[in-house]
Design a binder for this molecule. Structure first.
Ligand code: HEC
Ligand code: HEC
Length: 314
């Protein structure tokens, strides 16, 4: 059983090497299957929060493309969340992480924000608590040893976030009806096809929602900044960055209501209205049908990304 599990990861590792190459920094060796499996275990482990109540997966739910269904999600100590939880499919293709940051440009450092961040407090963890807690687990001791032989199995914030990032790089989703139609498979419905034409054409959506992941990975202001969240200006302190948010990717977007950085748009139709575009009801309906064709059911149910077995794989 254990061997079969690892064989599965070996296959995945080989398939992903190419996808990861474009984004991994020069220092990043391709992750081994056991590093990815360790990252998955950490991602689903509530012991990564200070009081054992909250895992990464508490906010990032696989069946919603690793987003959730809330406007914002309170942290482990019940501090209110600041922003809507984004999905994580194809996250390794991005260069700017979160809704409004130029500074967070790799997944390893991004993971420190939910773990240790104070504004808002999400998992409420500290480095001083994290390492001893993981070291107390016989399973983690074996897994870190197998994942990081060159570091003598070091169990630390650095290796934990490295494993988490390795798992996140495997979250690849390109099997939606949209992708299949593009590759010559079953065509989209007439309504979704009409929506695609508006999206690529007169709707102008592609200007910002560009590329395979429907984002230019750049910052735009669709509305004036609200008092509690000035977008990129909260990081840079520059008035001209006020109200700027990164264009979100749109894969699996039909499952991640409510929308926008503040979760204020309860439906896709409302998210489109908030762009200030003059769209007829029929156009809005067609665009929504197109956006639904970006839902990748195989990704949402892929056992490689789901809660791991409680039994230690080693
Ligand atoms: C309390 C809910 C919560 C928890 C727990 C949480 N996240 Fe998040 N995550 C968010 C929110 C909200 C954002 C967007 C933050 C922002 O834009 O300021 C986010 C953003 C991200 C992003 C950036 C995605 C993108 O599109 O740029 C990644 C990657 C991520 N989280 C990974 C993780 C990992 C790994 C963990 C566990 C160590 C984790 N998250 C735990 C709520 C959470
Ligand atoms: C000028 C760039 C730009 C254009 C053009 C644009 N968008 Fe957006 N879109 C954004 C940004 C930026 C956000 C996030 C805004 C925020 O949270 O404040 C967004 C958010 C969205 C969301 C919500 C996603 C989520 O996860 O919350 C959807 C759906 C969406 N856009 C669809 C479209 C469609 C369809 C069109 C064409 C009719 C379009 N957009 C045109 C930049 C753009």
């Amino acid at each position: 059983m254990i061997a079969a599990g690892l064989a599965r990861w070996a296959l995945l590792g080989a398939a992903l090497t190419a996808a990861a190459q474009g984004v991994a920094s020069a220092a990043d060796a391709p992750a081994s299957p056991i590093t990815i499996e360790l990252g998955r275990r950490l991602f689903y482990d509530a012991d990564l929060s200070i009081n054992g109540t909250m895992a990464c997966a508490t906010c990032h739910e696989q069946h919603r493309g690793f987003a959730d269904g809330n406007r914002t999600h309170p942290g482990a100590l019940d501090h209110p969340g600041k922003r809507n939880v984004p999905g994580l499919q194809n996250v390794a293709q991005l260069h700017h992480f979160t809704w409004a940051s130029r500074a967070t440009t790799d997944l390893e450092h991004q993971a420190e924000t939910p773990l240790l961040g104070q504004r808002p407090i999400e998992m409420g963890m500290t480095e001083a608590v994290l390492a001893p807690r993981l070291k107390a687990s016989a399973c983690y001791t074996k897994m870190f040893a197998a994942a990081f032989p060159e570091k003598n199995g070091e169990i630390s914030l650095t290796t934990a976030t490295q494993a988490l990032a390795s798992f996140e790089r495997t979250l690849v989703s390109y099997e939606a009806p949209y992708d299949q139609a593009k590759r010559g498979g079953a065509p989209l419905s007439a309504e979704a096809e009409a929506g695609r034409a508006i999206f690529d054409g007169k709707g102008g959506c592609r200007v910002c929602h560009s590329g395979d992941n429907f984002t230019d990975d750049a910052f735009h202001a669709l509305e004036p900044a609200a008092a509690g969240d000035r977008g990129l200006a909260d990081e840079t302190g520059r008035a001209e960055d006020s109200g700027l948010f990164r264009t979100p990717g749109l894969r699996n977007v039909a499952l991640t209501a409510p929308y926008f950085h503040d979760g204020k748009a309860p439906t896709l139709a409302e998210a489109l209205r908030r762009h200030g575009l003059a769209l007829s009801e029929a156009e809005t309906g067609a665009l929504a049908a197109f956006l639904e064709s970006l839902t990748d059911r195989s990704f949402l149910a892929d056992p490689r990304f789901s809660l791991p077995d409680a039994a230690c794989p080693l």
